[in-house]
Design a protein around this ligand. Sequence first.
Ligand SMILES: C[S@@+](CC[C@H](N)C(=O)[O-])C[C@H]1O[C@@H](n2cnc3c(N)ncnc32)[C@H](O)[C@@H]1O
Length: 270
Amino acid sequence: MSASIKPDKRKDQHFLIDRDVLRKIVDFADIHGNEDVLEIGAGPGNLTELLAQRARHVYSIEIDPALASLLEERFKDSNVTIIMGNALKVAFPRFDKVVANLPYSISSEVTFKLLRHDFRLGILMYQREFARRMMAKVGESEYSRLSVGVQYFADVEVLMKVPPRAFIPPPEVESAVVKLTPRPASYSVKDRGLFMGLVTAAFMGRRKRLRNALAKGEHVVGITNMKELTLKLPQDLMEMRAEEVSPEEYARLADLLCELRGHEHQDIPG
Ligand SMILES: C[S@@+](CC[C@H](N)C(=O)[O-])C[C@H]1O[C@@H](n2cnc3c(N)ncnc32)[C@H](O)[C@@H]1O
């Protein structure tokens, strides 16, 4: 690492220096010469360089202007484009695979943003605890809005654990490399916003039965007459609590709700 780079923990800067882990990440991604890769949080560019050796093109997003200009210099006249900005705000270019040692503070938001795009594979470093929550199955204590939202749209697999000493400076938490494989479009729900609103409201009232949680969280679902609508949804599901409902059942509920909302709109006179 260049002497001029001083990692700033407040900006989630924990640079991966373990060559073995870097190489494994790139191998897991199995990049072909006709594929474009997105990287989020390029840091000093060690992962970027390995990705660029295999991909057709690499798009690397970096928020820190000082790092971004070093990266510009390092990768000028190459197949790497540096996008300076906040990964939550900039538009993602078209990409086949996403490979990144993510800034952990945006893990959730950036994962949901990624899953709104069409791509083949993600090899992503997360905090280990976060990876566990992503993978949790229905009924487990860590099963949450995150598990439902991610698992409905992608298969999730932990590929390896990574200890703090693989980074400079070492983070206080263990990390894990996760493989995200987005599912085909047949898994799509009619209205993603409604699906996520429904799941969010359900888990906000985690200990309540779904009928009460949804009625209480109708502002989150974005539908005003939720209490009446719950009477028209499958009653066996309305009796369950958030952690007992599978991602597929949430999707079914969201689609039913989408239809019911349509009918309600049609009922409005004029
Ligand atoms: C964990 S470091 C990884 C750096 C590098 N890829 C590596 O493996 O050594 C995360 C990087 O993301 C950058 N970053 C933090 N928040 C960001 C955001 N919202 N958008 C884009 N980059 C961000 C940080 O400046 C930092 O360089």
